[in-house]
Ligand binder design. Structure first.
Ligand code: TRP
Length: 407
């Protein structure tokens, strides 16, 4: 049943709730488009507008963001004929699979999702009800994301560190389905974190992010881009004083756009005491040289939403040609079948007396090791993070298993 695929499938989604900024360009758009040109890979890039509904209830904003993000990817050189480029909500199979997966996802798994936990922790801190203001959408977010990934049997999912847990969950959920219904229906995806890709500092020096309100929008007209760059914080060293490039936001941003040679020259200019005004002007010129031709394409695209709509429709049609037949198999596997199908009378033998065999799984998180204890149906019974090494995590897993077995 695993689909025969020779190419590595790379898939990622972009939530359509904001305006693309320089950090998105350097951290996601540019590397993804470069990767999409590799032979041997098949890329799936989509506008995650169902995910946008989780954090945004302004319809005009969801629509505008979808338009801007689609136009950005196209302006930056994504070739919609060579990749699968679509809007999540055009793929009817995704919400349908979401429900099927919901029914096999342990509620406890979702309780531990970082985004949900952060919301409930913040509520508790304020002395409010833990779930105050928390929608079921936020809670279900990881299942929708698992459906996005699993419906196309993606192998690799390029994401930021904050999303790694969601990919782990997609693996867990996919594995659970495979196990329950007795075949390798789903490829188990892996997070791909590109270490060499820069995270850009924002205007205030923290990571450029919408949540810090420190971003520089990607498609500002040149004059406004220059003005924004002049507003990046620096220290108070004057002209002629040597400056340390390695603790400078101006330098880090410059490096993300410049060649090795240009970077070396800028490093020298810092040592020679270039003034901040000059450094910022050089930074502006470097960024503008890269963006200007794409900005022209972007402005042209944005003015013709109908063309973008057509591109997305064509992308969805191609994606659904994969998702549709695959969903049919998954529906059948779960028992959503034509009543005339001969297997209607079969059912899985239920081994009631079977004692659940527990199984430890040790895995790596961003900055620590962690373990999970699974039962025979691959339910996660316990998970804990924060171990210095794999050995310590395994020892703790065994201890936890002993406790669970004794219970
Ligand atoms: N949740 C992701 C984010 O906020 C976006 C996303 C939705 C996604 N579905 C996905 C990313 C599937 C990768 C794969 O960044």
């Amino acid at each position: 049943m695993p689909q025969v695929q020779s190419k590595t499938r790379i898939l990622t989604g972009i939530t359509t709730s904001g305006t693309p900024h320089l950090g998105n360009y350097v951290g996601a758009i540019r590397p993804a488009i470069a990767a999409s040109r590799n032979a041997g890979t098949e890329s799936f890039y989509f506008l995650a507008d169902y995910h946008a509904l989780i954090k945004c209830d302004d319809p005009a904003r969801v629509q505008r963001s979808t338009l801007e993000i689609a136009a950005s990817w196209l302006a930056c050189g994504l070739d919609p004929e060579k990749v699968y480029f679509y809007r999540q909500s055009d793929i009817r199979e995704i919400p349908e699979l979401t429900w099927i997966l919901t029914c096999i996802t342990a509620k406890g798994l979702l309780n531990r999702a970082h985004a949900y936990k952060a919301a409930t922790d913040a509520n508790r801190e304020k002395g409010e009800d833990a779930d105050a203001g928390v929608t079921a959408g936020l809670y279900m977010y990881p299942v929708l994301m698992a459906a996005d990934i699993l419906i196309f049997n993606a192998h690799k999912v390029p994401v930021g560190r904050d999303q790694v847990q969601h990919i782990e969950m997609a693996r867990d959920i996919g594995q659970r389905f495979n196990h329950l219904y007795g075949a390798d229906y789903f490829v188990l995806p892996e997070a791909a974190i590109e270490e060499s890709v820069a995270t850009l500092p924002g205007l205030d020096g923290r990571k450029m992010s919408k949540s810090y309100d420190n971003t520089i929008p990607l498609w500002l007209p040149a004059a406004a881009l220059r003005k924004a760059i002049l507003g990046i914080v620096t220290n108070s060293l004057g002209v002629g004083e040597a400056k340390n490039p390695d603790d400078s936001n101006i330098f880090s941003i410059y490096q993300a756009f410049a060649s090795a040679q240009e970077t070396a020259a800028m490093r020298q200019a810092f040592a020679d005491g270039i003034g901040w005004g000059d450094a910022k002007q050089k930074l502006f010129e470097r960024i503008d040289a890269e963006l200007a031709p794409m900005r022209e394409k972007y402005d042209a695209l944005i003015a013709k939403p109908a063309e973008i709509e057509d591109i997305l429709h064509a992308g969805a049609a191609r994606a659904r040609a994969l998702a549709g037949p695959f969903l049919d198999k998954l529906r059948y596997a779960a028992g959503l079948r034509d009543l005339r199908a001969s297997a209607a009378t079969e059912s899985k033998p239920i081994a009631r007396s079977e004692k659940p065999a527990l199984q430890p799984v040790v895995f790596r998180e961003a900055d620590a090791f962690a373990f999970k204890v699974l039962d025979a149906k691959r339910n996660v019974l316990k998970t804990q993070s924060g171990f210095a090494d794999a050995k310590a995590a395994m020892a703790a897993a065994r201890e936890a298993m002993a406790t669970l077995e004794a219970a």
